[in-house]
Design a protein around this ligand. Structure first.
Ligand code: NDP
Ligand code: GDR
Length: 353
């Protein structure tokens, strides 16, 4: 029997990849998007699914309980994947209330709507390694104590506990995926990996001289988004609802990502200076391009520092491997190469997302 799923946040990175995956599994997919002055469907277009006969796009706002209830009544889904969020950590410091309403209370609205309409619907909550924040153990696993360091992390922790609470109180099949950073060519340009891949492409093509970054000592466990949405799906096919970490168990600094990205573009850089004065300077070039040896191609700019930082994340996905058969395969080097090469193509052809 074919299944029906709702994906909140289909215009985001994970929403597009998950929709592609579910459509390939013969699901009927209802993807929600927000009413905004200019809707962006570029990601589902990049996936080539915008005209798929089993894909339905529906306007919806997560902060509206009534619209959550009517959406479920209309669609009668088997599964709901709650991917919608104000997901940018930096912005959450400037807009803590909005972030709380969308990222925290928004999840509660869906859980309430499920409880009131059809408690048999399976629910996936997009939880995050940001809940570990100031980490209490290395590597982080499902049992590691939480210590969020941003309004975003706090809001996600609320949604995470609400999912567990609805599981325990009402028997709702609510699973929470504690996903570590996952990236792709569909990543928004406000996030550091895509900011770097896009800027490196522009520098290589002579469209930009240099890139400004904040804390380049931060360490992240970066995986490939397409593999992570498969983990989400597996969580909702399991016999029991549960909580799972999805991660690669490898951590690298933002500085490392910068170095790898320039290398993909054929540009070798060395880092000079300390803390706020640090720069990356070109030391060798093995391709023809407008970049010069000695050119400064990256500067640290304290404007991008956060009021509180998450310094180190590294997750052990052993439980997901044992119980769901999930394991990441794309290396950071392969991921970075995919992103830089895509952005080189895009920038050469005038693509602007
Ligand atoms: P994106 O920022 O790319 O996408 C977020 C989506 O949420 C967008 O479609 C956005 O719509 C939508 N949205 C925002 N506010 C609302 C609202 N009020 N009502 C309805 N929809 C809304 O995130 P990702 O795809 O990267 O991540 C998916 C989820 O996973 C998010 O919840 C994120 O917090 C979480 N997560 C992500 C990780 C990652 O590394 N990518 C890691 C761990 C968790 P619009 O296009 O209109 O802005
Ligand atoms: P993160 O991702 O905060 O981990 O949240 P982001 O890419 O924004 O930052 C990663 C690290 O890089 C440092 N950094 C910069 N970040 C940005 N965005 N821009 C910069 O110029 C810059 N310079 C340094 C940051 O300080 C940080 O340490 C992402 C989001 O997808 C969340 O929704 C998700 O929950 C987590 O990943 C897991």
């Amino acid at each position: 029997m074919t299944k029906t799923a709702i994906i909140t946040g289909i215009t985001g990175q994970d929403g597009a990849y998950l929709a592609e995956l579910l459509l390939s599994k013969n699901y009927t997919v209802w993807g929600t998007y927000r009413r905004t002055s200019s809707v962006n469907f570029w990601r589902i277009e990049e996936c080539g699914i915008q005209n798929h006969p089993n894909l339905h796009l529906v306007e919806y706002d997560l902060t509206d309980l009534g619209s959550s209830i009517s959406l479920i009544q209309k669609v009668q889904p088997d599964e709901i994947y709650n991917l919608a969020a104000q997901s940018f950590v930096g912005v959450s410091f400037d807009q803590p209330n909005t972030t709380t309403q969308i990222t925290g209370v928004g999840a509660l609205n869906l859980l309430e709507a499920i409880r009131l309409t059809n408690p048999k619907i399976r629910f996936y909550q997009a939880s995050t390694s940001e809940m570990f924040g100031k980490v209490q153990a290395i590597p982080q696993i499902e049992e590691t104590p939480f210590y969020p360091r941003s309004p975003y992390g706090v809001a996600k922790l609320y949604a995470h506990w609400m999912t567990i609470n609805y599981r325990e109180s009402y028997g709702i099949f609510g699973s929470s995926g504690i996903l570590f950073n996952h990236e792709s060519p569909l990543r928004g340009r406000e996030f550091v990996t895509r900011k770097i891949s896009d800027s490196v492409a522009k520098i290589k093509l002579g469209k930009l001289d240099s890139l400004d970054l904040g804390n380049i000592d931060a360490k992240r466990d970066w995986g490939f988004a397409k593999e992570y949405v498969d983990g989400m799906w597996r969580m909702l096919q399991a016999d029991q609802p549960d909580t799972y970490v999805l991660a690669t168990n490898r951590t690298e600094t933002v500085r490392d990502f910068v170095r790898i990205a320039f290398k993909v573009a054929g540009i070798q850089v060395e880092f000079n200076g300390a803390a706020e004065d640090e720069t990356a300077v070109v030391t060798a070039i093995d391709v023809e391009c407008p970049v010069k040896i000695g050119q400064t191609v990256m500067r640290v700019n304290p404007k991008f520092y956060r009021p509180a930082e998450v310094e180190l994340l590294i997750g052990n996905p052993a439980k997901a491997k044992a119980k769901l058969g999930w394991a990441p395969t794309t290396t950071l080097e392969q991921l970075c190469q995919m992103m830089v090469e895509t952005d080189l193509r895009r920038n050469a052809s005038g693509f602007s997302f």
